[in-house]
Unconditional design. Structure first.
Length: 192
């Protein structure tokens, strides 16, 4: 039986088409999985940073609580110690009063300094947290855009595959029709 279409070429073309589609689908899947893994890793890192930041804030808050308790307790100086170190019985020296004032004010000044430092650190932590939130929002927008792009590519591939399949089917029908016509012509020529 003589075929006008070489069966081997026909099978090879279908095999090549299947290989191309498989390759494209694998690449699409790989791209989608990589984007998902990158997003998940970035999100996990962000959560770890947030947890660490929250731990730092908690530690600083606990430190501030302990500082408040220390600085809010009144300082009682032993009168005999003040008198023995600051007052000489022969010459009355009142400089010990200024020392007493400085000693009494020192914890309050330290508390004010530490409060301003803590407030500054809290502002910096809030700023860092806001920047991280903005980064995560931007990352989520990129992931959504990549997913949409992957979805469009997939739809285009499916559409191309469907069109190619229909085209191959139409060509197969045309070839079969031509073969039948040719066979009829050969049979007519064989019958004189």
């Amino acid at each position: 039986m003589n075929n006008l279409v070489h069966e081997e070429d026909y099978v090879n073309e279908w095999g090549r088409l299947r290989d191309i589609i498989d390759f494209v689908m694998c690449e699409l899947q790989k791209t989608s999985l990589e984007a998902h893994n990158n997003a998940q890793n970035t999100l996990n890192d962000w959560f770890k940073d947030v947890v660490n930041s929250m731990k730092e804030v908690e530690i600083k808050r606990n430190q501030e609580k302990s500082k408040l308790y220390l600085s809010d307790t009144p300082i009682f100086l032993d009168a005999s110690g003040i008198l023995s170190s600051g007052v000489e019985f022969e010459i009355l020296d009142l400089r010990w009063l200024t020392k007493l004032k400085i000693q009494a004010d020192a914890p309050i000044l330290e508390k004010l300094k530490s409060d301003s430092v803590t407030e500054k650190e809290n502002k910096e932590l809030k700023k860092a947290l806001l920047e991280q939130r903005l980064f995560v929002d931007e990352l989520q927008r990129k992931i959504i855009a990549q997913q949409e792009e992957a979805k469009i590519r997939e739809e285009n591939l499916v559409k191309s595959y469907t069109e190619l399949k229909e085209d191959m089917q139409n060509q197969s029908e045309i070839i079969n029709s031509l073969i039948l016509d040719l066979m009829e012509m050969v049979q007519k020529q064989a019958k004189p």
